[in-house]
Design a protein around this ligand. Structure first.
Ligand SMILES: NC(=O)c1ccc[n+]([C@@H]2O[C@H](COP(=O)([O-])OP(=O)(O)OC[C@H]3O[C@@H](n4cnc5c(N)ncnc54)[C@H](O)[C@@H]3O)[C@@H](O)[C@H]2O)c1
Length: 441
């Protein structure tokens, strides 16, 4: 199939879209393409996920099970763990994980594994787009040679592009279809085809001159967040010493109509992206004999935040003549940010670890995370279940530590029934009664 034919079926929305990796990114993307009238195939190595989707069940809180069920019944989505069927879709979008390995270097094994799976069945007229967040040159260095080894030629037989995913789970304003998409092609034809495909499903497609520009763009976006969050985290510590509330300062500063964008401090960074992606660039910089000092410094400051919070919590308990050792501490929120069910890289795990080390009697509540999942880096944390947030439960605690500012929380109720609330998110800002029991950290 020539690129003309592929362009034609994309134009008519007859092209089948295959999404590899049905996680927080892949599933919303399928929703955007099916909503645009395309038939989708979903590929994942996790058979449990495939089975759930086939049964019309979503495993991601903000993706509705009923909507998945309807897509399955109407045959608009076919989930499968059978990678030999990668020959069937006309366009394949890769959304697999890009974590760091034990030595905090990029782990590209998921991307490379997927490239090998695609290569096994690669046929003429397929478009392959990598969406996983990664450092510039990955598509050209780690994907293209694997596909090229099949003997097919990129730009003539098959087509290749990179388009970073900007999904923001839990964001009520933006979702996959309403977030502009940056696209960089291996060559002109690949770029044209990828832009044409996305233009049906997303609000705006921004053409980059190369795959590398598109790759670098995503890392810039995430580094920008990591650095700015580190800045306000550092200022939080200083301003607190000066008796100035950093959140009030940010509210005041953001009234400037230009040149300032607000970022907010917290107990540390979390999630699959901001604490990880900038270090892909650091690794690449090292390879080129360069440094990424902003990234390293931001990492240092953000990693220190849980230690700062626990230090402050110890001082607040001390004011009440209590040591951490033996005190009952309830953590509110183990998801890495508000209103989502994703605990990956959440600073709450580090808070739990530090408090446990100091002898606190720990429990937690999170309306979105009923059971504390096992985390690779925290093998010693005991199995825990989210506790009901009753008046009795709160009154039994020596300290309630707000780590994630979920909207579902009734902060008036929490403050009313707690002896000491340590608030790392300024979640209690609107609470009127009982403010003498609130401490910010
Ligand atoms: N979660 C976010 O908010 C977000 C936002 C923007 C970008 N990203 C990036 O998108 C990518 C995917 O992230 P995610 O949060 O969706 O991850 P995820 O862990 O939720 O989903 C990834 C899925 O890929 C599957 N998978 C792993 N290896 C596979 C293989 N070889 N073949 C097929 N499936 C495979 C896993 O089973 C999993 O279901 C990452 O690069 C991430 O950095 C994530």
């Amino acid at each position: 199939m020539s690129h003309v034919r592929l362009a034609e079926i994309i134009q008519k929305r007859h092209a089948v879209i295959g999404v590899v990796g049905l996680g927080y990114v892949g599933l919303p993307l399928i929703r955007a393409f099916t909503a645009a009238g395309f038939r989708c195939m979903g590929f994942d190595v996790d058979q449990t996920k495939v089975d759930k989707l086939r049964a019309g069940e979503s495993y991601i809180k903000h993706i509705d099970s009923a909507a998945i069920g309807q897509l399955i019944r109407e045959k608009k989505l076919e989930p499968t763990a059978d990678m030999s069927r990668l020959s069937e879709p006309d366009c394949i979008i890769i959304c697999v994980p890009t974590p760091l390995n034990e030595s905090r270097d990029p782990d590209l094994s998921y991307i490379e594994g997927t490239a090998h799976s695609i290569a096994k069945t690669l046929r003429k007229g397929q478009l392959i787009v990598l969406e996983s967040t990664t450092h510039p040159t990955t598509t050209r260095v780690n994907v293209w040679p694997v596909l090229e080894a099949t003997g097919l030629k990129c730009g003539a037989d098959y087509f290749l592009a990179f388009s970073p995913e900007r999904e923001d789970p839990g964001n009520p304003t933006f979702h996959a279809a309403t977030i502009p998409k940056v696209v960089g092609g291996f060559d002109e034809k690949s770029g044209d085809l990828a832009c044409a495909m996305y233009s049906h499903a997303v609000v705006n497609v921004v053409r980059a001159s190369s795959m590398e520009v598109a790759e670098a763009c995503k890392i810039l976006e995430n580094t920008y967040r990591a650095v700015n969050i580190a800045l306000v985290n550092e200022l939080k510590i200083l301003y607190d010493k000066l008796g100035i509330d950093v959140w009030e300062v940010i509210e005041a500063a953001k009234t400037k109509p230009f040149g300032f964008q607000p970022f907010y401090p917290g107990p540390g960074l979390g999630g699959h992206c901001i604490p990880i992606d900038p270090f892909y660039l650091t690794w690449l910089a090292r390879k080129h004999g360069e440094q990424t000092r902003f990234i390293e410094l931001a990492g240092e400051i953000n990693t220190h935040m849980p230690h700062y919070v626990v230090g402050r919590l110890a001082e607040f308990l001390n004011d009440q003549r209590k040591p951490i050792n033996g005190s009952k501490v309830a953590i509110l929120g183990v998801a890495y940010k508000k209103d989502i069910d994703d605990p990956r890289e959440s600073p709450s795990f580090e808070l739990l670890r530090l408090l446990r080390e100091r002898g606190a009697e720990l429990s937690y509540n999170d309306p979105h995370v009923p059971t504390l999942p096992r985390m690779r880096h925290y093998p010693d944390l005991p199995a825990m279940h989210s506790q009901a947030l009753t008046a009795d439960y709160l009154e039994a605690q020596d300290c309630v530590l707000i780590a994630t500012d979920h909207s579902a929380y009734d902060y008036d109720f929490i403050v009313e029934h707690s002896r000491l609330v340590v608030d790392t998110r300024n979640a209690t800002k609107a609470v009127k009664c009982g403010r003498q029991n609130i401490r910010k950290a």
